[in-house]
Design a protein around this ligand. Structure first.
Ligand code: T5A
Length: 213
């Protein structure tokens, strides 16, 4: 059996955590049991990657993080996770369900931080090669609505404190990339939770019919 790598993407408060539960239920309905699914999040998912997550989200002693340092830490965390967790799981026939992956970097660091596109492309190629998710569900939401939801959860972290312009650029880049890539399916995440769940169920079920399980 060959496992597949499914990723949930979107801005803060888009509903990724909730969507992952829906994905799990749909996979279970297709006889892919919990023991055959590895749930991961980025940045994070290994001891080293979780330590980097903490620095990326909070910095240390308010030391300013440069945009390039942030980018390099994200790729360091990602390759730790890919080589130590994701690839071994896929090789063992498991399914991997991820909360964010490289599309986040393209949107946040590429679109949001406006880092040099050649440098980003080179880094991506060198670190990831041709490794990519089989399917990405992109939860599209206006950052005003998403941040409003996220702020109800408590204090906003270093990245969440970015300007609305920053988040508008991220959303635009997500939308551009989703429009160019057939493996990225867009979900309208502005709707009430039952409607969002319904869209995910429908799109994922359709996709599962196209892959051999
Ligand atoms: N980052 C990450 C980068 O900059 N580059 C990268 O390459 C990567 C990988 C990670 C941070 O790192 C950045 C992006 C992030 O800033 P994180 O905590 O993993 O941080 O991700 P967040 O997006 O911050 O996680 P959130 O919890 O904010 O977002 P979720 O998971 O999308 O939202 P969720 O499901 O927890 O929902 C938030 C609230 O909204 C409610 C939920 O009940 C919850 O209370 N909600 C809804 N309410 C009404 N209607 C709906 N449809 C709702 N859906 C959810």
């Amino acid at each position: 059996m060959v496992g597949k790598f499914i990723v949930i993407e979107g801005l803060e408060g888009a509903g990724k955590t909730t969507a992952i539960q829906t994905v799990k239920q749909i996979l279970n309905q297709h006889h892919i049991e919990d023991k055959d699914i590895e749930f991961i999040r980025e940045p994070g998912g290994t001891k080293v990657a979780e330590a980097l997550r903490n620095i990326i989200k909070n910095s240390i002693d308010n030391e300013p993080l440069t945009d390039k340092a942030e980018l390099l830490m994200l790729y360091a965390a990602r390759i730790q996770l890919i080589d130590n967790v994701i690839k071994p799981a896929l090789k063992a026939g498991k399914w991997v369900v991820g909360d964010r992956h490289d599309l986040s970097t393209q949107a946040y660091q590429g679109g949001g931080r406006q880092l040099d596109s050649h440098f980003m492309q080179l880094l991506k190629e060198q670190v990831l090669g041709d490794f990519r998710p089989d399917l990405t569900l992109y939860l599209d939401i206006d950052p005003r609505q998403g941040l409003n939801r996220a702020s109800r959860r408590g204090q906003l972290d270093r990245i969440e404190q970015g300007s609305l312009d920053f988040f508008d650029r991220i959303r635009r880049r997500y939308q551009e990339l989703a429009a160019q890539d057939k493996t990225i399916l867009t979900i309208d995440a502005s709707q009430a939770l039952p409607k969002v769940t319904q869209q995910i169920e429908q799109k994922l079920t359709q996709w599962l019919q196209t892959v051999s399980i």
